[in-house]
Design a protein around this ligand. Sequence first.
Ligand code: SAJ
Length: 408
Amino acid sequence: MTQVNVIGLGYIGLPTALMLAKSGVSVIGTDLNEELVKSLNDGKLTFQEEGLEELFHDALSNGIAFSNEYSMTDTYILAVPTPYIEETKKLDPIYVISAVNKVLDVCKKGVSIIIESTISPGTIDKHIRPVIENRGFEIGSDVHLLHAPERIIPGNMIHELEYNSRTIGADDLGVAKKAKEIYAKFCKSEIVLTDIRSAEMSKVVENTFRDINIAFANELAKICRTDDIDVYEIIRIANKHPRVNILQPGPGVGGHCISVDPWFLVGDYPDLTNLILTARKTNDSMPSHVLSRIRDIMREHNITDISKVGLYGLAYKENVDDTRESPTLQLLERLDEHLAFGVKVYDPFVKENIVENQYQDFEEFLDEIEVAVVMVGHDHIKENTVSLKDKLVLDAKNIIEGSYVYKL
Ligand code: SAJ
């Protein structure tokens, strides 16, 4: 039976490990975080996601194990974080390098190391191959390297794991085909085989495409605002054209993918990425745009106390509890820079207080505020729009209608 050790049990590694186990692969999930492993071994999930609980249950019944240790096997899937360095905008491969080193400490000869973490184009050549060669392993015989970037979207991960097409990059077609057999155990869509550099580049390009397209919508929102034109109406009409498909403006772009990956290209190709850089800056400017809209509303209604403003939503998008790079956190940073303290925050998905003045009770939150800013379009607020009736509402997600509602 194929045995796979999945390294890194976060947003990508955990669902992937569970899906493999459910599909009959013998899986060990490894993470250095002791609390996380303990929680999984106690049968408790570490984040919320539609269908994850059931998948967890199925994987446990099929014998998935969780550990802090790497196990000795012949296939590893690495789903560890790949942060970027603020100053240089380049990828920091430290966690991938460390995971590869730990694999080399225990693996069998002929091992396949499949990197799923997003990496900037050229990372494997520049950073990973040397690590392996310097340890005396020969790539192509002792160790096979692969890059199989994930594509799943938080909020619909389990479905997309099964139905999204995938890419596998390898030096050798035979090695790629063996990896494809593993992924094909659960992936019902096309699995494209290519070389490693193409796999690296295509992943970053996909997220950059989306960032640029969101930036276009955000720029339109700003243009329309200056002339009091309804941007949503413009987009709705323009999208009737058979070759136009404009995305939706919003309070910013968060998450650990779209707001990060384009920087890899900017960092590596600084002279060639004008469009990509401008898009990034446009999306990063949206929290400030929201702030200026809040100020407009406060001025119009003679509200001087910023603590009467409440931000609904801390997650980076609807119906998830992931707050990484979230527009609300970015907005709170802007407020801090302006020494504007006291803004209230509520998110039904974020069960621990991670910022000041965060409420766990929706009613209490509402009692404290006069201006409600909808930063995230959770189903919860769509189902509770009536509770905002007596508030001034800035709806940055265009989900609420009414004369009392302001838009971006
Ligand atoms: N957003 C807008 N307007 C839109 C769409 C999104 O403002 O019209 C915002 C969201 O509110 C959010 C951010 O953009 O703050 C990103 O959200 P998202 O839903 O577009 O994408 P992510 O970051 O959750 O996941 C992306 C996906 N990539 C693409 O769609 C090309 C996903 O498939 C990848 O697996 C994931 O990045 C990743 O891990 O790389």
